[in-house]
Design a protein around this ligand. Structure first.
Ligand code: GTP
Ligand code: SPV
Ligand code: MN
Length: 595
């Protein structure tokens, strides 16, 4: 397809403008055809953006290595560029649009000389659905093109929906020098535009994902009365034959992908089933029947590799058997891949994520183990490969949601599960949720950080306006979903996880499903409603009474310290924090003090 064949004049003008800025020597429109995809793969193999894996063992799978200084989202280089700083709020980095465009323009200038610029028209959400949004990404990275073909619905069909004057998000991306000093991830909500330069990895570069489907979309969602959230979406089929759909927001690398494709423990398999709708992003809409409905705007998964194996996540292992791009994992000379905790033979002649010779157990000069795969190494795989995929992933309005889960990685404090008293209390729980920072963020690993709705790095506008929007949104719903908090990561005195997690998380979901359908009572505690011990099915688990008590313990001293930390966090949000959030905080404090 040629540029002249585009029917959308503004799109054509913008492409020419950007190609001129970058001095691209060629413009290639990605049409989504298999024929073109094969050609692009050949190109990527030639210029070494991709390495071919053993095609017998991994059909249609490829390997990619990003540069050692480009392995995770860089939040300190990510900006919301609104006319006023106040519109970006107290939690975002802000830059004025004028300065932002100038700075990025200087880096983009001439950066594609002698090379091709690819044009990727993509739909976030089923093509043609009234809930979907269209973006067009321009990029000089074939890795980005081939990943976007997995992660989104991309190609000519999207142009057909766009028509001659349809609205789209302008997503400008370039690798430039891949130098962190010349890297900027810029969002212009008022212009429906994203400019990302200097990074080729993950949420920095696959612009449909965090940049469009969360930062830009959250801004649009507030104006159009919906929610764009960092959430998995899943269905839980119960013995009565009902499927209950829920969403769950956990911060990066805190278990969304794993929960979304959970396999029930053996004794529950006959009666309980799990259906995967999405593993990272949910768009939530109030529908005319008074319920909340959700679609997954994505079409693939960008999942964390380390820790994924046939025990922890058999569905993910099936999903990545074909049609997958692996990034920053271990590679051996037979074209096989490996990562930490994979239950496959570790390679004897492998190279690590940096391309250096590596063997299992290798140590650095200080005697520390050297990992073969980067902790944020990932697989990019189509959702259609997932054995637990829901049949409804392409439904234009998605699925009806009965519960929302919030959770993080807390070694202490937070019990396995508790339920909010009502919507407002639930929004407070979500606002004050916290987690230990993981390798998905470049900086601050290990420290506990408050991460409202797991959206702190992804809210495209002022967080206080976002919280007000949440509060109002639920109150307007005739059937608001129930809100729960979960924590799979609480540890005992010996530093071991108290809860087995993974497939056994179904036991918690069972309780949640029963709560949603009014089938089970609960214990009221100062922090919310918790399961009665007899209502949690722990058959077959090796958990003693002591561990169980620890899992559900609400410790007054611990919570008093937590309340102080929360207060400091809420103070940081400033004077425009919605009053209801602070009111809920004081109510909780009162209840804890009475303990
Ligand atoms: P992003 O893609 O970064 O948004 O991450 P995610 O939320 O989808 O996290 P993912 O499911 O990929 O899990 C991240 C890490 O947490 C992996 O190393 C998992 O093995 C681990 N994990 C997931 N679920 C559990 C659980 O129930 N218990 C324990 N202990 N670890 C878990
Ligand atoms: C996350 O960090 O939440 C991810 C990975 O899902 S990235 O696409 O890099 O944002
Ligand atoms: Mn994520």
């Amino acid at each position: 397809m040629k540029l002249e064949e585009l029917n959308h004049r503004e799109l054509e003008r913008w492409i020419r403008e950007m190609a001129a800025l970058c001095a691209a020597s060629e413009i290639i429109i990605v049409d989504g055809s298999e024929e073109q995809r094969k050609k692009l793969i050949e190109r990527a193999l030639q210029n070494e953006e991709l390495i071919k894996l053993d095609q017998d063992k991994y059909p249609n799978c490829y390997y990619h290595r990003s540069s050692p200084t480009d392995v995770a989202r860089t939040e300190h280089l990510t900006f919301i560029c609104t006319p006023n700083e106040d519109q970006a709020g107290p939690t975002n980095n802000w830059m004025s649009p004028k300065i932002a465009y100038e700075k990025a323009r200087a880096i983009f200038e001439d950066s594609m000389r002698g090379r091709a610029m690819y044009v990727i028209p993509f739909s976030m959400g089923p093509i043609g659905s009234p809930r979907s949004k269209i973006g067009v990404e321009l990029t000089d990275s074939l890795y980005v093109v081939l990943s976007m073909l997995i992660m989104t619905r991309a190609g000519k069909e999207v142009l057909d929906v766009l028509g001659i004057d349809g609205e789209f998000t302008r997503c400008m991306h370039g690798l430039a020098e891949r130098d962190p000093k010349k890297r900027l991830i810029l969002h212009f909500p008022q212009d429906n535009t994203i400019w990302s330069v200097g990074s080729g990895y993950g949420g920095n570069a696959l612009l449909g994902k965090k940049c469009l489907a969360l930062r830009i979309a959250s801004h649009q969602a507030r104006q159009e009365n919906w929610l764009a959230e960092h959430m998995l979406i899943m269905g839980i089929g119960d013995p009565d034959g009902n499927t209950t759909f829920i969403t769950g927001a956990f911060p990066s690398a805190c278990g969304k992908t794993n929960l979304a494709m959970l396999i029930p423990p053996e004794q529950f398999k006959k009666k309980w089933s799990i259906w995967t709708m999405g593993d990272d992003i949910g768009w939530l809409f109030p529908e005319t029947n008074g319920w909340l409905w959700a679609i997954n705007p994505e079409n693939g998964m960008f999942g964390v590799a380390p820790g994924t194996n046939h025990q922890s996540n058999p569905n993910a292992m099936k999903t990545i058997e074909s049609d997958t791009i692996f990034t920053n994992v271990v590679l051996n000379s037979d074209g096989h891949v490996w990562w930490e905790e994979l239950d496959d033979e570790p390679p004897t002649d492998g190279v690590n994520w940096q391309g250096l010779p590596w063997y299992l157990g290798m140590k650095d000069a200080k005697g520390n183990i050297i990992n073969g795969a980067h902790p944020n190494s990932r697989f990019t795989a189509p959702i259609k490969n997932c054995p637990s995929k829901s049949q409804r992933t392409d439904w234009p309005n998605g699925v009806q949601i009965s519960a929302i889960l919030f959770g993080g990685r807390r070694n202490t404090l937070a019990p396995l599960v508790y339920e909010a008293r009502d919507w407002e209390h639930g929004v407070y729980i979500a606002t004050t949720m916290s987690s230990e920072v993981t390798a998905a963020q470049e900086r601050g690993q290990g420290e506990v950080r408050y991460d409202p709705m797991a959206m702190l790095p992804f809210i495209g506008y002022n967080i206080n306006d976002y919280l007000s929007h949440w509060l109002r949104f639920g109150k307007r719903l005739k059937h608001p979903p129930r809100i729960f908090h979960v924590n799979w990561f609480r540890k005992g005195e010996n530093g071991q996880y108290l809860w087995p997690g993974y497939g056994d998380n179904l036991r918690v979901l069972q309780w949640i499903v029963k709560r949603v359908h009014g089938q089970v009572a609960a214990i009221e505690t100062p922090i919310g409603f918790m399961p009665r011990p007899e209502d949690l099915d722990l058959a077959g688990l090796n958990i003693g009474e002591k561990e169980l008590n620890l899992l559900f313990r609400v410790d007054k001293d611990e919570w008093m310290i937590e309340l102080e930390l929360r207060e400091k966090f809420l103070e940081k949000l400033g004077m425009t924090l919605p009053v209801s959030i602070y009111k809920q905080h004081l109510l909780l404090k009162e209840r804890i003090e009475k303990m």
